[in-house]
Structures are given as structure tokens and as C-alpha cells.
Design a protein around this ligand. Structure first.
Ligand SMILES: Cc1cc2nc3c(=O)[nH]c(=O)nc-3n(C[C@H](O)[C@H](O)[C@H](O)COP(=O)(O)O)c2cc1C
Length: 159
């Protein structure tokens, strides 16, 4: 069975919940899965599948400034995230697919699209994956989104 690493950042915990739902489902299918915070993710990574998750901020990727805004709205303390990991990463060996959380609206943007673009700009051949909907800035996730995330993760490992 494949090896999978999920690298995620999360201010209010929703993207982390999605990461865990994906990991649990993939592990249930027999794969070896690690979930690591983007702040702790290594500069060299080897796995069959690397999933990279972010919250959508300002229609794109979180930055130090947007994370500080989130902290001001009650999120946990700001930490470096996927933006910074992409900038310090040296080598990722494996298929890389992004995911994100976002609110539902005409001007939501897509963290998964922004993360894939930023990783590619930094030399990582990432594919854009899925965005999962939160019902408000602090969450919770919309009904059914954790199941959808698990199903999506399973589909990526052919389970
Ligand atoms: C500073 C800031 C900017 C945001 N901008 C957007 C946005 O442009 N589009 C959107 O859909 N959601 C936006 N959101 C809502 C986030 O997507 C939401 O907080 C996130 O999905 C929750 O995930 P988390 O719990 O992992 O942080 C923003 C949130 C913050 C704090």
C-alpha cells in the first residue's frame, strides 16, 4: 500500500480536521499516513502521495499578515505555513496534490489553486486538488465536507 504524508496549516482547526479525516480514511484503507504541520514539515520529503492543505486567505495563500488577522479573530497563535514551507523545501519525491478550506461565495478564491501555484513556482510539481467549505471564518465545516474529504483522499490512493 502507498505511503502518504499530509502537510497542513490551519488557523482555526478546520483545515486540520480535513487533514485528519483524509488521513484516517486513507489509513483505514491500509496506507501508511503521517500528518505534519507545515511549520514542522521537512525540507526533503519522500512518499507516494503528499497532500498539502491550507485555509484560503484573501482569495489565496495565507501570509504572515493574514495569519495575524486570523489570530486577532480568535485563532491560535500564528505559525509559518505552506507558503514558507514551499519557499524552504529542497526536494519532494512523490505525487503532490493540494487541498484547502474556504467559505462559499462568488469571491472566495481557492487556497488549493493558490497553494499549487506557489509550490510550482518554488519547483514542486503540485496538482490542484479540492476545496472544502466552511460555514464561517472560524468554521465549522459545512455538513458532509469531512466525508467528502475522506472519499476524495481514498480515491487518490485507489481505495
Ligand atoms: C484573514 C482572512 C482572510 C480570509 N479570506 C478568505 C477568502 O478570501 N476566501 C474565503 O473563502 N475565505 C476566506 N477566509 C476564511 C477562511 O477560508 C477560513 O477561516 C478557513 O477556511 C478556516 O480554516 P482553518 O480553520 O483551517 O483556519 C479568510 C479568513 C481570514 C482569517
Amino acid at each position: 500500500m502507498p505511503t502518504v504524508v499530509v502537510v497542513a496549516e490551519s488557523c482555526f482547526g478546520n483545515t486540520q480536521q480535513v487533514a485528519r479525516a483524509i488521513a484516517e480514511r486513507i489509513a483505514g484503507a491500509g496506507a501508511t499516513v503521517d500528518v505534519v504541520a507545515a511549520a514542522d514539515a521537512p525540507a526533503r520529503l519522500r512518499a507516494d502521495l503528499v497532500l498539502v492543505g491550507v485555509p484560503t486567505h484573501n482569495m489565496g495563500l495565507p501570509s504572515a499578515a493574514s495569519r495575524a488577522q486570523a489570530a486577532g479573530r480568535g485563532a491560535g497563535p500564528a505559525q509559518p505555513g505552506v507558503r514558507e514551507w514551499a519557499e524552504r523545501v529542497e526536494a519532494v519525491d512523490g505525487r503532490v496534490v493540494t487541498f484547502a478550506t474556504r467559505t462559499k461565495g462568488p469571491f472566495s478564491g481557492s487556497g488549493s489553486k493558490a497553494a499549487a501555484a506557489h509550490l510550482r513556482r518554488n519547483g514542486v510539481a503540485a496538482e490542484r486538488g479540492q476545496d472544502f467549505v466552511v460555514t464561517g471564518v472560524g468554521g465549522p465545516l459545512a455538513p458532509g465536507e469531512l466525508d467528502r474529504a475522506g472519499d476524495w483522499g481514498a480515491s487518490l490512493v485507489g481505495a
